[in-house]
Design a protein around this ligand. Structure first.
Ligand code: 3HC
Length: 695
């Protein structure tokens, strides 16, 4: 809704639609009524639009998208503002985003607090600023700036927006009184030139070249996304159309094209899915509403390897004090050097000030003694993946740490209940599974065991937020939800190579689908020896002798193809050869290797596998549906609470193409019936692969 208040000769229209003042139906109606009322009120000489609470207006109400449009549309509301006979000032604090910035651009003047931010993030949810934003922005700023802001979705701070001409004034404080001052200055002044529709687009030299350069940049940066290109086309319409009205019409057409696209649906789903992960619930019924997090100021990190140091960086950047523990001084020093170099990198990229870096380093307390963890609020153990070692550490921590300390393991696969059993405080034990590198990857898989309390979960979920991660809560099980579903996708890829594809062919299909890397390229990056070590451990535990002829483990069909590569020393990028060959050890240039093709062919011959041609469609279906079926099993088991949680794991943990929403959302778009039928067919074709038992 929009509150109406008159102060002297000025009417305030204050948007009051928490939490972000989105432009819902009641707000749009409120604007139309407020402008009418102020124009009729003889005492009012100027109108100020302002937001209540912490922000101006964050855009259209995304929840209304896809539903029949009710009440006045945003363009209609904006035009009512622009044609107001009395001057309208937008007073911006917090955010003016999307439709919020469009409302400001329909207003005759724009004034903002210094720490306000403006931007057009529509492109990130698969659409474009469809309430004249693409037509009006190039009338206040240059065409290249307009193209950049609209096609990237980047928000800019008020001083930068002032420089671009988007804002007229920036003030330090007292926004309402500054707005009133401005209002008294402009009362009675002509409005014709302040109405952006009357202004020409800012002249641009050699527009064709400017446009081509912007298009090339966008195509490179946003491969597979359709909205960024349409954003540029809409700005182009502002430049080339014969009138403002004609440009607006073209913007409307492009907007509707995007709105109807599957990509917009997927991206908007992803926006809400990331936020839905915060609404967690335990099987006991305890949930995000009923449990209060404990305050965390100091944390301990055990292990200063890549993982531990990465976790320390995220915690230091969030202003937490970190006690970093290693067994030996030389490993500790190496970890500290790594932390310092990452923070220095952030300073070089202007993401951190030198002062903030100094502060972070002063919060780091490296030590070789676990006793120094006595007073910390929470510990994250990040040592080698070995259950006995972890149990030993947790047993020690239980004795050293104060009774309230929460003990977490960064394990990527081990049973949290078994780790908790080494302590007298299983309610305060949980998993916090970060992805490498922890200071870049935004996914945090928080894991609860049977005894983990609601307070512990509330605390680690809150901590994840503080660290800037998106936390997904999952139950303990082998490999948890992200890696558990991913492993099924990966093992299908290997079967496909055994049956007839080559690694580079499978990878090509997966990158065409939108994955940032193919699964074999990822395997090379992680190191093929890791899987090999795990498999030999499992085989040992089952009393098996693992050979290349082994086709079954734990009763499930298995491919020994990657083991052959490991045996030939092809353990991945670090040695310059794996599924691909590389320009050098740790090199980035991967090329298909005829030697691998030969290994594959020999393997098939030896095992009597008849190779055949496999279509790209089958590659997508086999890999994706395997992940989807396992995703549904995670829901069945209760280790994942909702499909959104699984999708967020894939979006943020594995770079699943956001415009496909996530594997579960993708399946819903293909049609669950179709996916189920295909899974049943695969089950018939591959009765020995347990993954195809339909969930
Ligand atoms: N519509 C509906 N709900 C919205 C919303 C929107 N535009 N923006 C945020 N919300 C909801 C969130 O879903 C969340 O709900 P929840 O608490 O029930 O999960 C709540 O508001 C708070 O949001 P955040 O948790 O994201 O709060 P933050 O303070 O971290 O961030 C924000 C605030 C920067 C505004 C962020 O929410 C954001 O980026 N929102 C989207 C902005 C956007 O895309 N605007 C353009 C909309 S499209 C448009 O305007 C079309 C027009 O051009 C025609």
């Amino acid at each position: 809704m929009v509150d109406y208040k008159v102060v002297g000769s000025v009417a305030f229209l204050e948007v009051n639609n928490p939490p972000v003042n989105a432009l819902s139906l009641s707000v749009r109606v409120g604007f139309v009524e407020g402008i009418e009322r102020a124009n009729k009120d003889k005492a009012v000489k100027a109108i100020i639009i302002i937001g209540s609470g912490s922000t101006f207006i964050s855009g259209a109400d995304i929840k209304e998208f896809g539903k029949p449009m009710r009440g006045p549309g945003l363009v209609e509301v904006g035009e009512r503002i622009e044609t107001s006979e009395k001057p309208v000032i937008a007073g911006i604090h917090g955010n003016a985003l999307g439709g919020g910035l469009e409302i400001a651009l329909f207003s005759h003047y724009r004034i903002a607090l210094k720490n306000a931010r403006v931007g057009f993030p529509e492109v990130l949810i698969g659409i474009l600023p469809g309430a004249a934003g693409t037509q009006r922005l190039p009338r206040v700023t240059t065409v290249p700036v307009a193209m950049d802001l609209i096609a990237s979705g980047r928000h800019v701070a008020a001083p930068e927006a002032l420089k671009y001409g988007i804002l007229d004034w920036v003030v330090e404080k007292d926004l309402p009184s500054e707005c009133i001052k401005l209002a008294y200055n402009i009362i009675g002044k002509p409005l014709h030139d302040r109405r952006l529709r009357n202004r020409p687009v800012t002249p641009v030299e050699n527009f064709a070249a400017v446009y081509d350069a912007a298009l090339a940049k966008v195509t490179r940066r946003s491969k597979g996304f359709i909205a960024p290109v349409k954003c540029l086309q809409a700005v182009k319409a502002a430049v080339t159309a014969e009138s403002y009205a004609a440009g607006l019409k073209e913007e409307g057409r492009l907007f509707m094209d995007l709105m109807k696209s599957g990509q917009a649906r997927a991206l908007q789903y992803a926006f809400f899915a990331e936020r839905a992960t915060a609404r967690w619930q335990l099987p006991t019924g305890e949930n995000y509403k009923t449990c209060k997090p404990l305050p965390i100021k100091t944390i301990g990190v055990i292990g200063a390897g890549t993982m531990g140091s990465g976790i320390a960086v995220t915690a230091l950047r969030a202003g937490l004090s970190v006690t970093l523990v290693e067994q030996e001084r030389k490993f500790l020093d190496r970890g500290v050097a790594m932390i310092k170099s990452v923070l220095e990198g952030s300073v070089r990229l202007n993401k951190l000030s030198p002062k903030a870096m100094q502060k972070s380093m002063s919060l780091l307390k490296p030590t070789v003694s676990m006793d120094d963890l006595r007073d910390v609020d929470l510990v994250i153990e990040a040592v080698f993946e070995n259950l006995d070692l972890k149990k030993q550490i947790f047993g020690k921590l239980d004795k050293i740490c104060k009774a309230e300390t929460i003990l977490c393991s960064n394990t990527s696969s081990l049973d949290i209940d078994k780790i908790a059993s080494a302590t007298e405080r299983p309610g305060r034990v949980a998993g916090m599974h970060f992805f490498v590198p922890a200071y870049v990857m935004r996914l945090l898989e928080n894991v609860y065991g049977k005894a983990t309390s609601g307070t512990t979960v509330a605390t680690i979920m809150q901590l994840g937020k503080k660290l800037g991660q998106v936390s997904v809560l999952v139950g303990t099980c082998n490999s948890f939800v992200a890696n558990r579903t991913m492993s099924k996708y990966g093992s299908q890829a290997t079967f496909l190579v055994e049956e007839g594809s080559l690694p580079q062919e499978v990878d090509q299909v997966l990158t065409d689908f939108g994955m940032p890397m193919g699964t074999f390229a990822v395997g090379d990056l992680s190191g093929l020896d890791i899987g090999w070590n795990i498999r030999t451990e499992i085989a040992k535990a089952q009393g098996m002798n693992l050979t290349f002829a082994t086709r079954y483990m734990g009763g499930d069909q298995y491919s020994s193809l990657s083991d052959r590569l490991v045996q030939k020393g092809r353990i991945g990028r670090k040695v310059g050869k794996g599924w691909y060959k590389y320009d050098k050890p740790n090199g980035k240039v991967a090329t298909p290797d005829p030697e691998v093709t030969q290994i594959v062919l020999d393997h098939c011959k030896e095992l009597g596998i008849q190779r055949h041609k496999i279509s790209p469609q089958e590659v997508v279906e086999r890999t994706m549906y395997a992940a989807v079926n396992e995703g549904f099993r995670c829901l069945e088991d209760g280790v994942a609470a909702k499909p959104e949680d699984i999708d967020v794991c894939w979006l943020l943990g594995f770079g699943f193409p956001r415009y496909q929403g996530g594997p579960m959302f993708y399946a819903s778009q293909v049609g669950l019936r179709n996916v189920y039928d295909k899974i049943c067919q695969f089950h018939e074709r591959f009765p020995n692969q347990s993954i195809w038992m339909p969930s």
